[in-house]
Design a protein around this ligand. Structure first.
Ligand code: SF4
Length: 164
């Protein structure tokens, strides 16, 4: 059975920067959980950041790939540099995925770690721009397909192709 890496906050864990969860009500995620498919993970907490913590964004509107390449930093809203923690979190997510043979992930859209289609643009003004978070960029680079929580149909279809 194919396992699915999933953002821990989508599964009700209170690991977000504001100390809350972002629990998904999606029936398929619930079914996958019942089947024992899910591997919940929070890269930012795994990377050593506390809960709660200041919001963070990738500087200059850059994407996760630029952070992996050392060309952009991840900065918290208080100005501190949390790049190292984000990189450690991404590596931790990849290790968790590999340990379970994961080839597909459903991660929280918009996050500087977990976003897959869009992330905040680095201005802390609530604006999003197309791009991937740091963890998503590392997972995709290593052959793991990442879908947002609004793309569970696509994730399920991809999962079926892996299991047939
Ligand atoms: Fe959720 Fe990912 Fe942010 Fe952790 S890093 S709180 S799993 S979106």
């Amino acid at each position: 059975m194919e396992k699915v890496l999933v953002s821990a906050c989508l599964m009700g864990r209170r690991v977000r920067y504001d100390g809350r969860a972002k629990t998904s009500a999606d029936a398929r995620l619930a079914a996958w959980r019942e089947e024992g498919r899910l591997v919940p993970h929070c890269p930012e907490v795994a990377g050593g950041l506390p809960v709660p913590r200041p919001a963070a964004e990738i500087e200059g509107g850059a994407s996760g790939a630029a952070v992996l390449a050392g060309a952009a930093r991840v900065l918290a809203s208080d100005g501190s540099d949390v790049t190292a923690e984000f990189l450690a979190g991404a590596r931790s997510a990849l290790a968790a995925a590999r340990a379970s043979g994961v080839r597909v992930a459903v991660l929280k859209e918009g996050s500087p770690s977990c976003g897959s289609l869009s992330i905040y643009d680095g201005t802390f003004t609530g604006r999003r721009a197309p791009g991937q978070g740091v963890t998503t960029a590392l997972l995709e680079r290593n052959g793991i397909r990442v879908f947002g929580e609004d793309q569970i149909d696509e994730a399920a279809a991809y999962l079926r192709t892996l299991e047939t």
